[in-house]
Design a protein around this ligand. Structure first.
Ligand code: HEM
Length: 534
């Protein structure tokens, strides 16, 4: 029997272009051409002729080779591989790819930086994307995560403001590469919910040594649903077999100059050399009855669930063992979407996740030119696709028959919708409430977990964080922004704030000993943040 991993490979092979070495050069229409170096002209020194269709076609195609880069995560590197569960997870989820340890599910993973454009350097201080597409027997499941377990904002409505602040300044498009500029720090100091993720960003986690040595996190609380319809909250963790390793700042900067492709080259070379990177998938599971058992809200993407409270349970492993054949066709055109879920995996009402569930498909309609990009080889499921969706730009399937539903004509259209038990059924969560723009009280605590992160660091790690803040904030022109940011840091930890203040020439904030980090017990040692490496 063909394994699912082989099925994906066979599917890709079916899309291969005709072998270019198999005969002479042709046009897109298959007409042989004998000359591609000199355009057709009148005489030796005369004007070029429009009638030279090969010349026109060649230039026209070239003129349209670029597509819009991703609005964020533009720079990335990808690879194929497989996932296999250690044992059945049927107790918690009916997802088919999490049932049988003997079944390998093909995957495509894209790692990325967030802020820089497609041609920027790899080793900048930034969050890294860690997006995985599982080509399961029940359709595609995308786990679109990052290498930090928390995000900068709590509600997706702020995402455009956040990204505008992160990107180069609008008037001169400077800077690229480094995250230090006034707009980012203005945003951070005015939106302290960013602070926990900012602590991660200023730590060594913001400059990973290798994509192979990074953790990945789904960030949001998702929901597993088992065959009986019982839900369990779940957070996803990828743990690299090689452990977690970072560059130090000087190395990161030197790499930017010497080899801007440092991380993507490392991934490519390792796979070519047969040193296949591997991650363990772990889950933190929270029974529905315990939804309110924490002093933070599970729907708040700026908070982790400390592993001392809910341990990570390993459920499977992923190996990347094949480089893509064509960067554009595969790594550039891959389209991840948080709403690509399979039966057994569902959402929660995390307002950041809900916004993402809108945003990815929406942006891909522009980036990939219309509604048919799921037909591209890298995006195509190995599960059968039977829809009534038709036509549109870049339609490459030839559908036959009618395309309405319900349909008694029986030609070309699915005869019936899926049945209970195999079809996706949205989790029947009970929701009751007024239309408001307010969140639970704990959403307002922006400092406790940032402090917990700081307190979990070794002295040398703290030193790196202080130096990173000094470097980044030291470049901020607006003194008010520097002062305000340091004041916010004072609410995380007075010593951190003082050390940063001394390095950037602003007053040390007054120590307010009454600041209590209410939400998380300071006794937690935060083993969770160590991530299996150093
Ligand atoms: C890429 C939106 C938060 C991880 C993108 C893209 C958009 C976007 C528009 C470009 C997609 C494309 O062109 O194909 C948003 C919005 C967010 C949000 C609106 C918040 C409301 C997050 C969070 C994470 C994340 C919290 C991590 C947990 C990623 C990754 C990619 C990405 C990994 C790159 C996917 C790839 O490799 O193609 N996001 N994002 N995003 N986002 Fe988000």
């Amino acid at each position: 029997m063909t394994s699912p991993a082989d099925r994906k490979q066979q599917q890709r092979e079916a899309f291969h272009a005709d072998d270019p070495t198999d005969g002479p050069l042709t046009t897109d229409q298959g007409v042989e051409v004998d000359h591609t170096d000199d355009s057709l002209a009148v005489g030796e020194r005369g004007p070029t002729l429009m009638e030279d269709f090969h010349f026109r076609e060649k230039l026209t195609h070239f003129d349209h080779e670029r597509i819009p880069e991703r609005v964020v995560h533009a720079r990335g590197a990808g690879a194929y591989g497989f996932f296999e569960p250690y044992e059945s997870c049927a107790e918690f989820t009916r997802a088919a790819f999490l049932q049988d340890p003997s079944v390998r599910t093909p995957v495509f993973v894209r790692f990325s930086t967030v802020q820089g454009p497609r041609g920027s350097a790899d080793t900048v201080r930034d969050v890294r994307g860690f997006a995985t597409k599982f080509y399961t027997s029940e359709g595609n499941y995308d786990l679109v995560g990052n290498n930090f377990p928390v995000f900068f904002i709590q509600d997706g409505i702020k995402f455009p403001d956040f990204v505008h602040a992160v990107k180069p300044e609008p008037h001169n498009d400077i800077p690229t590469g480094a995250s230090a500029h006034d707009s980012l720090w203005d945003f951070v100091s005015l939106q302290p919910e960013t602070l926990h993720a900012i602590m991660w960003l200023m730590s060594d986690r913001g400059i990973p040594r290798s994509y192979r040595m990074m953790q990945g996190f789904g960030v949001h609380t998702f929901r597993f649903v088992n065959a009986d319809g019982k839900g369990t909250f779940v957070k996803f963790h990828w743990k690299p077999k090689l452990g977690v390793h970072s560059l130090v700042w000087d190395e990161a900067q030197e790499c930017q100059g010497r080899d801007p492709d440092f991380n993507r080259r490392d991934l490519w070379d390792a796979i070519e050399a047969g040193e296949f990177p591997e991650w363990e998938l772990g889950v933190q599971l929270v029974p529905e009855e315990d939804e309110f058992a924490f002093d933070f809200d599970l729907l708040d993407a700026t908070k982790i669930i400390p592993e001392e409270q809910v341990p990570v349970r390993p459920i499977g492993r992923m190996v990347l063992d094949r480089n893509p054949e064509n960067y554009f066709a595969e790594t550039e055109q891959v389209a991840f979407h948080t709403a690509n879920v399979v039966p057994g995996i569902d959402f929660t009402n995390d307002p950041l996740l809900q916004a993402r569930n809108f945003s990815y498909l929406d942006t891909q309609l522009t980036r990939l030119g219309g509604p048919n990009f799921a037909q591209l080889p890298v995006n195509r499921p190995i599960a059968p696709v039977r829809t009534n969706q038709r036509d549109g730009q870049h339609q490459s399937a030839i559908h036959s028959g009618t395309n309405h539903f319900p349909n008694s004509l029986g030609c070309g259209c699915p005869a019936h919708a899926g049945t209970d038990g195999s079809a996706y059924a949205h989790y029947a969560e009970r929701v009751d409430g007024a239309k408001i723009r307010r969140r639970s009280e704990s959403f307002k605590d922006h400092h406790s977990q940032a402090a917990m992160f700081w307190n979990s660091m070794a002295d040398w790690e703290k030193q790196h964080i202080v130096e990173a803040f000094r470097f980044e904030l030291g470049k901020v022109d607006a003194r008010t922004v520097r002062v305000r940011t340091v004041e916010e840091l004072g609410k995380v930890d007075p010593e951190l704030a003082s050390q940063v203040a001394r390095g950037i020439g602003v007053p040390e904030p007054a120590r307010n000993e009454s600041i209590a980090h209410k939400l998380v017990s300071p006794a937690l040692s935060l083993e969770s943040l160590r991530g299996g490496g150093s």
